[in-house]
Design a protein around this ligand. Sequence first.
Ligand code: GAR
Length: 203
Amino acid sequence: MRKKVGVLVSGRGSNLQALLDACADPSFPAEIALVISNVPGVYALERAEKAGVPTLVIPHKGFPSREAFDAEMDKALRAAGIEIVCLAGFMRLLSPPFAEGWRGRMINIHPALLPSFKGLHTHARAIEAGVKLHGCTVHLVTPELDDGPILVQKAVPVLAQDDEDSLAARVLEQEHKAYPEALRLLAEGRVTVEGNRALIRDA
Ligand code: GAR
């Protein structure tokens, strides 16, 4: 049985597209069963609709607290029988109960080689710091921001002439490879966690 995946988005959805494309292969061990956006009208929703995947908009602004918003997402994910949650450019902090509730079954893609450059504006900060390698990370989500056991990382060079946009584009290309790879590992049940480390069977 393919694992049922819910994807949380807030914007453009290019990582969602990479996951949709991977799941279009019937031999891929996961299928996307629901896409939730906290922002109405974003392009990610259009991508999901084109792929025939049910979508839901839950605007965070309509909720009195982060916990209440997360509880609504949680309800929708469980009602759809979701087994794995992927955060794909989902630009909201998660409340601890939501993160705990999906521990080991929720992954995030971050545009930096964690634990370097947590948070926002990662590409500008990488250029500013003068690092020669930058990249992306897919990790299991814990209640701490951009933390949690690492499943897949991909590195790219930082070139002398790079600006934020050129570096972002080079990293994004790798994100679209890293995310399906990581989802496959999790969906195939090949991930176990020991302390801060994710151990991958038959890596
Ligand atoms: C991606 O680069 C993703 O890594 C980043 O937002 C972008 C979303 O693009 N995520 C974060 O910064 C999360 N803190 P997309 O909507 O085209 O996938």
